[in-house]
Design a protein around this ligand. Structure first.
Ligand code: PRT
Ligand code: ZN
Length: 292
């Protein structure tokens, strides 16, 4: 059957962004009553809504072709050894967090090396121990599926390895971040298998749309007026811009209108530098879709 099935998180930090991303690829779904399986309309892509932890297994078992999940979850399964059939197809840039080692405010541990032989509470034992082993540290993993941050206070671990975003949870539990082990974002995963031609063609079409959405999200359309003799310098100052369009300005032969797509983030500092180089009437517009 030439339909693609994608597993996404049913309810949690990744749910809304995962669905919104697929919708911006032009996918629409008929929501079923039990809300676990959504049938794709217009485009043969269906959704399965599940707990995020189940997504790698669902892919490895071939229940779904694609899944959107945090790299933290996928890599834990990969490190556990049976996840080598998973392939990261695209990083998606949302659900950002870091897997960090944190220790009690009062502790003898002051560096990663001091963790040798210590007990570390974590929901990511395989990923944590492999990242520590790369640094020559061998520690004992205490696997917990939640409330990892209370383990040191209970005396069941000397340190924790947990996801951090704002750091509020650590502070509330009198823990300090010792070091970031790994930066994670949500990613689109697939199986490392070859698909029948038609299904592969469908997947390629979906990936091309996804690339268009991801590129557009970073891109900005810039319009400005520039002195004719500063066009080269101004083009150089536009991040990720190629071949701008130039147009004459009626009544002013010394200046031109310049339009360009910037494919990298554009900050106030960039705009200030453009102004410094003689640009005026600078307008920055969002880009909704991009193809080719
Ligand atoms: O029910 P289900 O199993 O599907 O969801 P879940 O509760 O296991 O996962 P959920 O929705 O909390 O997280 C889904 C994914 O979001 C994670 O796998 C990460 O990839 C990503 N993510 C991003 C985070 C965080 N930020 C995050 N801060 N996941 C968890 N946290 C937790 C962290 O474990 C800690 O308890 O938030 C706390 C720390 O947050 P701060 O802001 O206090 O530092
Ligand atoms: Zn989960």
């Amino acid at each position: 059957m030439n339909r693609i099935r994608i597993a996404i998180q049913k309810s949690g930090r990744l749910s809304e962004r995962s669905l919104a991303l697929l919708q911006s690829c032009g996918l629409r779904f008929a929501r079923s009553k039990d809300k676990l399986y959504w049938y794709g309309q217009d485009f043969p892509v269906d959704l399965l809504l599940v707990r995020d932890d189940d997504i790698p297994r669902i892919l490895l078992d071939g229940v779904c072709d694609l899944g959107i999940v945090g790299q933290n979850i996928a890599l834990e399964v990969v490190r556990e050894c049976d996840g080598t059939g998973l392939e990261e197809l695209r990083g998606l840039g949302f659900g950002r967090c870091r897997l960090s080692i944190a220790v009690p405010e009062q502790t003898q541990i002051s560096s990663i090396a001091d963790l040798d032989g210590c007990r570390i509470a974590t929901s990511y034992p395989a990923l944590t121990s492999s990242l520590l082993e790369k640094r020559g540290v061998s520690a004992q993993m205490v696997k917990l599926s939640g409330s990892v941050e209370i383990a040191p206070g209970l005396g069941t671990a000397d340190a924790i390895s947990d996801l951090v975003s704002t750091g509020t949870t650590l502070r509330a539990n009198h823990l300090v971040e010792l070091e970031v082990l790994f930066e994670s974002t949500a990613a689109l995963y697939g199986q490392k298998v070859s698909l029948p031609d038609e299904k592969q063609a469908l997947l390629n079409r979906l990936l091309a749309r996804l690339d268009g959405v991801l590129q557009a999200a970073e891109s900005k359309y810039v319009m400005l007026h520039a002195p004719r003799d500063a066009v080269e310098e101004i083009t150089r100052l536009l991040p990720g811009a190629e071949n701008p369009s130039l147009m004459n300005l009626e009544g002013d032969p010394t200046r031109v209108a310049l339009h360009a797509v910037c494919r990298e983030a554009l900050f106030w500092e960039h705009l200030e530098a453009l102004k410094g180089a003689g640009a005026s009437a600078i307008l920055v517009l969002p880009v909704e879709k991009m193809l080719g």
